[in-house]
Design a protein around this ligand. Structure first.
Ligand code: CA
Ligand code: CA
Ligand code: CA
Length: 423
């Protein structure tokens, strides 16, 4: 089923249209903090794509709408201020509770992003896209084998209620709503060579789930969206998802295996051709992207290339893809945090400057899990992670546990469009 795309009536202010207005730069000296004016002069323009796991989820339906209706919810205000400092043109939020009318997504746009927070400049996003997700939708089966049916781990995607931890995309550029493809109902078992978990007590392989369960179990724990955006006279596909976390896995690795296949889905999708022939969307369309298409994969992939509990090589299916480039967004704040917090961080193999999430240091430690990965036929101008050094401007918005906004950090990549080279 295709989701609702909402276009708010707000208009771009003149200075944004002209792209020539000076932009206040809150310079912390951190390379992640460079804030650039939107360029629309000449034949090229830089477009900033950002992904941010906002942790704007609540324990019951309707709570997020209630919390942010007042326009002064402290967590939403901090998240909005942080986005206003980073000023993306296209923004994906993960872990943002979805309600059937998309009310929370609208409220956050008009009541927070669209209102200058703490003296920051308001952001105008005339276009937004949101749609239902699998999170919290009851499966009717005891998927985690704890002897009871119901609860977050038995849902089609981990979640306490329908729509918990959904997604929303905000854009300054038109969204091709009619051409959006969603892959919410694609069944895991329909992926060739799916890494279905095994019940070790039986001889058959890949049989943790019964036939009846596999007949309803989607691949996507949240959803997978291909959202085309029209910018600089070209179509660019935002490929948004938030694969299942392996954090609550059992020895059968049902979540880690699903996470890996959810990442593989975009890898196959951008390869296209016969590799993506198995793919079907929620409207019955088949196949992946065409040759030479422009795309940006965005989202919390719940997988670090070096550390943490995801399957070995899971994120490498995208990082190592021949059509994908990894700009390696980094920050000094992440390196500082890993050094200060110690614990699991001390044994990590990965470069701490690339971390995007400040996790519990007695278990996973800080990791790189949030990605903005442009296609190779796009020119990257800049990239970064919004994680200021402690004591510098903006650090009060990322903070230390308990976080004012989220345990994740905003990741951005600037792409130069209009002068892009072809493969
Ligand atoms: Ca159960
Ligand atoms: Ca078995
Ligand atoms: Ca930590």
């Amino acid at each position: 089923m295709r989701g609702s795309a909402l276009c708010s009536a707000t208009l771009l202010i003149a200075s944004l249209l002209l792209g020539t207005a000076p932009v206040a730069v809150a310079d912390s000296g951190d390379d992640a903090r460079r804030i650039q004016p939107i360029k629309s002069l000449g034949s090229t323009q830089d477009v900033r794509f950002a992904t941010y796991n906002a942790d704007l989820n609540r324990s019951a339906p309707g709570e997020l709408v209630r919390d942010i209706s007042t326009r002064d919810g402290p967590q939403a205000s901090a998240a909005a201020e942080l986005v206003q400092l980073s000023r993306p043109d296209v923004l994906l939020l993960n872990e943002f509770d979805h309600d059937p009318g998309g009310r929370a997504a609208e409220l956050f746009n008009t009541g927070y992003l669209g209102v200058g927070q703490n003296g920051k400049r308001a952001l105008e996003y005339p276009y937004l896209y949101t749609a239902p997700v699998n999170s919290g939708v009851g499966s009717g089966f005891d998927l985690d084998r704890d002897g009871r049916v119901g609860g977050p781990e038995d849902a089609l995607g981990t979640g306490a209620f329908e729509g918990q931890s959904g997604m929303v995309i905000y854009s300054r550029y038109p969204i091709g709503t009619e051409a959006v493809r969603t892959f919410r109902t694609f069944l895991w078992q329909d992926m060739p060579g799916a890494l279905l978990p095994d019940n070790p007590a039986t001889e058959a392989t890949g049989d943790w789930y019964t036939e009846q369960e596999l007949a309803v179990l989607p691949l996507s724990g949240t959803s997978h969206w291909d959202v085309p955006i029209r910018v600089a006279g070209k179509t660019l596909h935002v490929l948004a998802s938030n694969p299942t976390s392996a954090a609550s896995d059992g020895p059968e690795r049902r979540n880690g295996r699903r996470n890996s296949d959810e990442i593989r889905f975009w890898s196959d999708y951008v390869t296209g051709g016969s590799t993506a022939a198995y793919v079907y969307d929620d409207d019955g369309g088949t196949g992946g992207l065409g040759r030479g298409e422009r795309f940006v994969v965005m989202g919390d992939q719940n997988s670090d290339p070096e550390d943490g509990g995801s399957l070995d090589g899971a994120i490498d299916q995208l990082l190592g893809h021949r059509s994908v480039q990894d700009p390696l967004p980094s920050s000094k704040g992440a390196a500082e945090a890993a050094a200060l917090q110690g614990g699991a961080n001390a044994n990590h193999r990965g470069d701490p400057r690339l971390h995007t999430a400040d996790f519990e240091d007695r278990s996973a430690g800080n990791l790189r899990v949030d990605y903005v990965l442009p296609s190779r036929n796009l020119r990257v101008a800049d990239s970064g992670v919004f994680w200021p050094l402690l004591g510098t401007p903006g650090a009060e918005l990322t903070g230390i546990f308990p976080f004012p906004a989220s345990d994740h950090r905003l990741v951005f990549v600037d792409v130069t469009l209009g002068g892009s080279r072809s493969r």
